[in-house]
Design a protein around this ligand. Sequence first.
Ligand SMILES: Cc1ncc(COP(=O)(O)O)c(C=O)c1O
Length: 366
Amino acid sequence: MVFTANASHALKLVGESYPFEPGDQFLLTFDNHNSVNGIREFDRAHGARTTYIPVAPPEMRVPEALLDSSWSLAKQGGHNLFAFPAQSNFSGVQHPLEWIERAQKRGWDVLLDAAAFVATNRLDLSRWQPDYVALSFYKMFGYPTGVGALIARWPALEKLHRPWFAGGTIGVASVQADRHTMAAGSAAFEDGTLDYANIPAIDIGLDFLETVGMDQIHLRVKCLTSWLIETLGALRHGNGRPLIQIFGPHSCEQRGGTITLNFYDDQGRVIDHEIIEKQANERMISLRTGCFCNPGAGEMALGLSKQELVSCFTSSDRGMTYEDFRLCIDGKSTGAVRISVGMVSNFADAHTFVEFARQFLDLPNS
Ligand SMILES: Cc1ncc(COP(=O)(O)O)c(C=O)c1O
């Protein structure tokens, strides 16, 4: 276990230290968080290849047939890294953890992004043994900031080569000899002073989760999510058109408490997510809008093609801002609305959101 600032930091440690070489492979699903997508910059810098496995709307799962062909890309004798989220922070999809062993048998090291999964699901590392797991403890406890971790199997940790050294990560370093040796194990990955004042909070948080009971939390989230999906999906304008489209599984099987959706008027036109966010905030409802640092899932869900995205990026001669992007994808939604339920959510919260949603039914010429 390497203590990190957050899940992104854990993912970056793997990306910058994985021994990518020309011809090696980095394989990942479309619905990864940007902190996993960013690893492609490290693999490219070393001449390795990035391959994305698409997820298919409306369920936003990976078609099984694509997995075999993707895993067959592993370079024999090379370094092959396969990354996927245990739970997508866009669609709530929980990908099968069976993929871990299947991919390893085909020559892949597996990086599991468990940041969204572990808050409401038990991740039994004696049963599931990815090479690397990234998570943030504070997200598990419902706290906004704190400490994260990279959990790695010993051989997988030994495979990583840090691109630099820092205070705390070395055995010995010399200026005149121009040499350094790395510290053993996790210390080699913990740069400088750890946020050790916060580390005792992990014990307290884990004890608290045990007191509530992860199985209870899981069941609560499942029930609330199920009710929300069913009730929101049934909201219809007077002319029968649906108010809401959900991007992700419509059943509670292998999904978490993250529900991503868009609102539509009675003519089927999307109601801008910024309008929804503003009105929700006025009602003291916290929800998130945009693409939630998960552009791949957003592009698939909203039907944005590679061609139009590439042309937006090339049409802007300066760094494209989100506003430029919205203007470029004119007439289409560039984002969605995400509601999430967790340990502290209750039925009143779910009901309040449904009542809020109802106010968009049959709006005159919205
Ligand atoms: C699936 C997933 N991965 C990674 C992250 C990044 O986590 P952090 O903000 O702790 O770096 C998040 C954040 O929400 C996430 O949901």
